[in-house]
Design a protein around this ligand. Structure first.
Ligand SMILES: Nc1ncnc2c1ncn2[C@@H]1O[C@H](COP(=O)(O)OP(=O)(O)OP(=O)(O)O)[C@@H](O)[C@H]1O
Length: 239
């Protein structure tokens, strides 16, 4: 089953001669429990695609279906509810709430939605991300890698239909990057989570099951995962 799919998705900024076709017809399907890395040179449309998939921006034309819902048919409150209840996000900048502890940050999506915490699932997540002894710490008392692990747990606490990760290792050293990537991999392998990750880094993309490469707003490669060297070769091949 596809958790996310797009049909001839287009997003144009501006009009006439100065128009920029950030996405120029993208048709992609993302099945459940698959880890996809979206790559491509700067300006190729990665962020635009991610924003459209998450309902944070509206397409010029074409459609996006997430978890069985056509986004164009949802109003602002419907989109907000979809993001809150069905999507998880991990960003380059961690985006934790500074005044809340790690535990409160992880539980925040449920608190905001007024939903009960599934304690067994919370415990599984905390043990998976290895933060049991850091739960009462605030973000400023955690390393970058620990903060991003809190962010991954937060993104998974409500068991989203899909987890979007936007350059999740962009601010991390190589060891913390590896830990965070392993966690995302585990979320797919052990929890059947669907992960869509935008990244510039070949080493990050190498943990994915599938590599999609954009250039000038179109898909120029869509194939199985490979190691970091293979990813670099792919990037070179598509220019
Ligand atoms: N709000 C905007 N107004 C006008 N043009 C925009 C806007 N946002 C993006 N663009 C243009 O759309 C194209 C795609 O941008 P996008 O940010 O999606 O690329 P990207 O692949 O995410 O790049 P990067 O890797 O540098 O983040 C670029 O040419 C960019 O300049």
């Amino acid at each position: 089953m596809n958790i996310v799919s797009t049909a001839d998705l287009r997003r144009t900024y501006g009009e006439g001669e100065t128009a920029v076709h950030a996405l120029a017809g993208v048709t992609l399907s993302f099945p459940a429990a698959q880890f996809t890395a979206i790559m491509g040179p700067s300006g190729s449309g990665k962020s635009t695609l991610m924003h459209l998939l998450a309902g944070l921006d509206k397409p010029t034309s074409g459609s996006v279906v997430v978890d069985g819902q056509e986004l164009a048919g949802l109003g602002d409150s419907g989109l907000t509810a979809l993001r809150r209840d069905r999507l998880g996000f991990v960003f380059q900048a961690f985006n934790l709430v500074p005044v809340l502890t790690a535990e409160e940050n992880i539980k925040l999506p449920l608190t905001l939605a007024g939903r009960q915490v599934d304690q067994a699932w919370f415990d599984t997540l905390v043990d998976t991300v290895g933060l049991r002894d850091r739960l009462s710490h605030r973000p400023s008392e955690l390393s970058g890698g620990q903060q991003q692990r809190v962010a991954v747990a937060r993104a998974l606490v409500h068991r989203p239909a899909v987890l979007f990760a936007d350059e999740p290792t962009g601010n991390l050293d190589s060891q913390s990057s590896e830990e965070v990537l392993n966690l995302l991999r585990q979320a797919v392998d052990e929890f059947d989570q669907t992960v869509i990750m935008v990244t510039h880094e070949a080493a990050a993309a190498a943990v994915a099951d599938r590599i999609v490469i954009l250039r000038d707003g179109v898909v120029v490669h869509d194939g199985e995962g490979t190691d970091a060297e293979g990813v670099l070769d792919l990037m070179k091949a598509v220019g």
